[in-house]
Design a protein around this ligand. Structure first.
Ligand code: ADP
Ligand code: MG
Length: 729
C-alpha cells in the first residue's frame, strides 16, 4: 500500500499542464456553437415551426405533433452536421445530478441499410425505462412508467456525439418525479402573481422572470492521489485525515495565484462552457487550498439551473483531461472550508426593470420596496421551508460550522435599507396618514440611492443577503440542484404577492388611494417580518439565542429540518401555487429521508472498511516493529538503563493499543447500530437513527485514526494525507 501511495505521488509530481488552445480567435467565434438556440432554429426550421417554438418558449404555448416533426427534423439535421449520432432526453431525477439515456438516430431501413430517424414524437415525449429512480412510492415498479417530456424553454445542445434535449420527468399519473417540473410550475406562478402586482406601477409589464446567478465552489484533487483514497472515490469526501501542518491559516490561497495546471483546466472548462452557451464570467481561488470558484453571468432561472447541472457534468469530463478529479461535496476535508453554491437571485420584468433594484424615481422605488418587503415577508414566513430546501447529508457539515451561514435563515439588508424600513414602519402609525406624513414618506422613498451596490456593507455570515440589486442565498450546498431552493423561494414570493394584492385591493375598494393602500400593507409586512432581518454576526452564539427568541426555525438535525416540507403551512403554499399536491410533497420528502439514509449508510460502511482493513493492519504492523525494537533494547541493556531508553517507546506501544481498542469497539458498535437502524420501516425514523446514532460515530472513530496517523511511520500510512491531497503542484 505504501508503495502505491508514493507511486501515485511520483506520478502527480511529474505532471505538466495540458496545453489547451482556444477553438477560435475570439470567444464570439465559438460561443454557443453547440446550442440549438433561436438563431439556429430560425435558420434550420420552416417559418411556421420557428414561430411555434418561440411561442412555446416565450408564452408556454403548446406545439402540435406535425410542427414537432418539423422541429425534430431541423434539429436532427443541425446536430448531424456537427457530428451527433445519438440523442437523449436529459432529466433531473430526485437523486443528484442529471440522467440520460442515449439512443442512436440510426434505424435499419428494412432493406439492409440504415437511415437516421428523429421524429416529433421522439422529440416531445419518451418513456425511459427509469423505474429505479427514487419516486417515494409514487411510481411503483409494476406500473414502472415515467415519461420525459421536452422543455422547449431550455435549448437542446450537443455534447460529444449526442444531441441532448432538456426534459421534465413525470409519472404515468402525471406527478413530478424530478426537479424541473415543479421549478417550471413555480416560475410560471410567480410570473402571473408578479405581473399583477407590477400592474400597480406599470401597465406595460406582461411578464416577470426570476433570475439566477450561481457561484459554484469546488475542489480539485490530483486523480492519482484521489484514486488512492477509497473514501473520496465512494463518498466524495475524506472520512479521515489529520490536518496538514499548513492548511488555510495563511489565507494565501484566496485570490492568490492559480497553479498552472489548474489554469489550464479552467481555460479548457471555459472553452467548453462557451461552446455550450454558458456565460462563464469569473474564476478564482477560494479560501481553502485546492478550492476554486466559477460563476457565470446570471440568466433566467430555469436556464441558469440547467446550465449549472450541465457545468457540473462537463467539469468532471474536462477534469479527467487534466488528470484531476472534481470534488463537489460540501465538506470534503475536515478543518478547511467546505463548498457552497451561492444563489444570486432577482426578479425582473419584460420592460427591462430589475424589481429588486432601487430606481430613479419615487414610483420605481415604491415598486422596489414592494418587491423587497414581500420577499422579506415570504422568507420570514417560510424560513423553515427554505432551510429544508438546502439541507442534505453533505450540507449538514457546513451549516452552522462557522464558514457557511448558520442553520438559521435570516436576511441581511445593510444599514441604509434597514433605516428606510424602520422609518416607514414607525412613521406611518395611523390607518390614515396626514398629508405631511405622506409627503415625508414619499420623500424618503425617493431618496433610496439608485446604486446601493457600493454602499451595501457585505455580510458574509448571512444566509440570505441583499447585495444591492439581488438577494444572495448563500446556504445552498455545492453539489445541490439549485432548483430545490429556487422552487421554495419563488413559490413563497409568488404566493406572498398574491396575498399582498388581495389585501391592497381590499383597501383600495374602501376608497383609499392606491399608493397609500400599498404603503399600509407594506408597513404591516415590514412589522410582521421584522424577526427575519438580522445584520449582525450570524456565526455568533448570541444570534442562536436571539433567533430562538424571535421564533425563527433553529432546527439543525437534517431529517427534522425536512419536516418543514410537509408542515401544514408548506402544503398550503405549494398547493395554492399548484407546484405540488399532497402526494407529491409526501413522496418527495420520503425520497429525501431515503437519500439521507443511503448517504450516511455508505459513509459508515466505507469508514468501517477503511478502519478495519486499511488502518488497523498498518498500525499493528508498526506497533510490532516498536515491540521488537523494545525487546532488542531489553536484551542489550540493564533493566535500569532499559527503563530510561525505552520509556517513550513503551508509551507509544500502549497508546497504539488503546486507540486500536477504541476504534475496534466503535466500529463494531456502529455496525450493530446500523443493523438496528436498517430494521426501522418508517423512512423518517430510519433517517433520524442515522442522524442521531450512526453519524456521531464518524468523528469518534476518525479522531483516533487521525491521532494514529501522527504516530505511525509515514512510509507505511496507507492513505494519501491531507498535505498530499490539498496542495496541487
Ligand atoms: P461575489 O462578490 O458574491 O463573489 P460574483 O461577482 O462572483 O459575486 O457573483 C455574482 C453573481 O451574481 C454572478 O453570477 C452575477 O451574474 C450574479 N448577479 C448579478 N446581478 C444579478 C441579478 N440582478 N440577479 C441575479 N443574479 C445577479
Ligand atoms: Mg457570492
Amino acid at each position: 500500500m505504501a508503495t502505491l501511495r508514493f507511486k501515485a505521488l511520483e506520478e502527480t509530481l511529474k505532471r505538466k499542464p495540458v496545453e489547451v488552445t482556444a477553438p477560435g480567435a475570439n470567444v464570439s467565434d465559438y460561443y454557443g456553437m453547440y446550442v440549438f438556440d433561436r438563431q439556429k432554429m430560425e435558420k434550420h426550421l420552416p417559418k411556421e415551426a420557428f414561430k411555434a417554438v418561440v411561442g412555446a418558449i416565450d408564452n408556454g404555448n403548446r406545439i402540435d405533433l406535425k410542427i414537432a416533426d418539423q422541429i425534430a427534423m431541423g434539429m436532427k439535421t443541425w446536430a448531424m452536421n456537427l457530428g451527433a449520432t445519438h440523442y437523449t432526453h436529459w432529466f433531473q431525477p430526485l437523486t443528484e445530478g442529471t440522467a440520460e439515456k442515449h439512443d442512436t438516430f440510426a434505424e435499419p431501413s428494412g432493406t439492409g441499410n440504415a437511415i437516421e430517424v428523429f421524429s416529433g414524437k421522439l422529440l416531445v415525449q419518451q418513456e425511459p425505462d427509469a423505474s429505479s429512480f427514487p419516486s417515494g412510492g409514487i411510481r411503483n415498479t409494476f406500473e414502472a412508467r415515467g415519461y420525459t417530456a421536452w422543455d422547449p424553454s431550455s435549448p437542446a445542445f450537443i455534447l460529444d456525439d449526442t444531441l441532448i434535449i432538456p426534459t421534465i420527468f413525470i409519472s404515468y399519473t402525471g406527478e413530478a418525479l424530478d426537479y424541473k417540473t415543479p421549478l417550471l410550475k413555480a416560475l410560471h406562478y410567480l410570473d402571473k402573481a408578479a405581473v399583477e402586482v407590477c400592474q400597480y406601477f406599470d401597465k406595460d409589464v406582461t411578464k416577470v422572470n426570476s433570475n439566477l446567478g450561481w457561484e459554484q465552489e469546488y475542489f480539485l484533487v490530483d486523480e492519482a492521489i484521489y484514486n488512492a483514497r477509497p473514501d473520496l472515490v465512494l463518498t466524495d469526501r475524506t472520512l479521515m485525515g489529520h490536518a496538514s501542518a499548513k492548511n488555510q491559516q495563511l489565507e494565501d490561497q484566496y485570490f492568490g495565484q492559480i497553479p498552472r495546471r489548474v489554469i489550464a483546466f479552467m481555460k479548457d472548462l471555459e472553452f467548453e462552457s462557451y461552446k455550450l452557451g454558458i456565460p462563464v464570467k469569473t474564476r478564482h481561488n477560494e479560501v481553502a487550498p485546492n478550492q476554486f470558484e466559477l460563476a457565470p453571468i446570471y440568466e433566467e432561472t430555469n436556464l441558469a439551473n440547467d446550465h449549472n447541472l450541465l457545468i457540473m457534468m462537463i467539469m468532471r469530463i474536462v477534469a479527467r483531461r487534466h488528470n484531476f478529479k472534481v470534488v463537489l461535496h460540501e465538506k470534503p476535508f475536515a478543518g478547511v472550508n467546505g463548498s457552497g453554491k451561492h444563489n444570486n437571485w432577482s426578479v425582473s420584468t419584460d420592460t427591462g426593470v430589475n424589481l429588486l433594484s432601487p430606481g430613479k424615481t419615487p414610483k420605481s422605488n415604491m415598486q422596489f420596496l414592494t418587491f423587497l418587503v414581500n420577499t422579506l415577508a415570504a422568507v420570514y414566513k417560510h424560513n423553515a421551508l427554505l432551510k429544508a430546501s438546502i439541507a442534505s447529508s453533505g450540507n449538514q457539515h457546513r451549516l452552522g460550522a462557522n464558514e457557511a451561514p448558520p442553520a438559521i435563515i435570516s436576511a441581511f439588508l445593510g444599514r441604509q435599507l434597514t433605516k428606510m424600513l424602520d422609518e416607514i414602519e414607525t412613521r406611518v402609525t395611523e390607518e390614515k396618514m396626514s398629508p405631511e406624513e405622506k409627503t415625508a414618506i414619499k420623500l424618503d422613498i425617493g431618496k433610496i440611492p439608485e446604486i446601493l451596490l457600493d454602499n451595501t456593507d457585505r455580510n458574509r455570515t448571512s444566509a440570505f443577503a441583499f447585495t444591492g440589486n439581488r438577494f444572495e442565498f448563500r446556504a445552498v450546498g455545492s453539489s445541490a440542484n439549485c432548483a430545490s431552493p429556487m422552487i421554495a423561494l419563488n413559490t413563497a414570493l409568488a404566493v406572498q404577492l398574491v396575498d399582498f394584492k388581495i389585501e391592497v385591493d381590499a383597501i383600495i375598494e374602501k376608497g383609499v388611494k392606491k399608493d397609500e393602500a400599498i404603503l399600509q400593507v407594506l408597513r404591516k409586512l415590514i412589522k410582521q417580518s421584522k424577526p427575519i432581518r438580522f445584520d449582525g454576526n450570524g456565526y455568533s452564539d448570541e444570534w442562536k439565542v436571539e433567533a430562538e427568541k424571535r421564533g425563527l426555525d433553529c432546527e439543525s438535525c437534517v431529517p427534522l429540518i425536512y419536516d418543514a416540507y410537509v408542515s401544514e403551512q408548506s402544503r398550503e403554499l405549494f398547493k395554492r401555487a399548484k407546484v405540488y399536491n399532497d402526494r407529491e410533497m409526501e413522496a418527495r420528502t420520503e425520497v429525501r429521508y431515503e437519500l439521507y439514509v443511503k448517504k450516511v449508510q455508505i459513509e459508515a460502511r466505507v469508514l468501517g472498511d477503511l478502519a478495519m482493513n486499511h488502518i488497523l493492519p498498518t498500525v499493528l504492523e508498526y506497533q510490532t516493529m516498536l515491540i521488537n525494537n523494545a525487546q532488542g533494547l531489553k536484551n542489550l541493556y540493564s533493566p535500569e538503563e532499559f527503563k530510561v531508553l525505552a520509556t517513550r517507546r513503551l508509551e507509544l506501544i500502549k497508546e497504539i493499543s488503546e486507540r486500536v481498542d477504541i476504534i475496534e469497539n466503535k466500529v463494531n458498535e456502529m455496525v450493530e447500530a446500523r443493523k438496528l437502524a436498517n430494521n426501522i420501516e418508517v423512512e423518517r425514523e430510519k433517517a433520524l437513527a442515522y442522524a442521531n446514532v450512526i453519524f456521531p460515530f464518524f468523528d469518534e472513530i476518525r479522531y483516533h485514526i487521525d491521532k494514529l496517523e501522527l504516530i505511525v511511520d509515514n512510509e507505511k500510512w496507507p492513505l494519501p494525507k491531507y498535505r498530499e491531497l490539498l496542495f496541487i503542484r
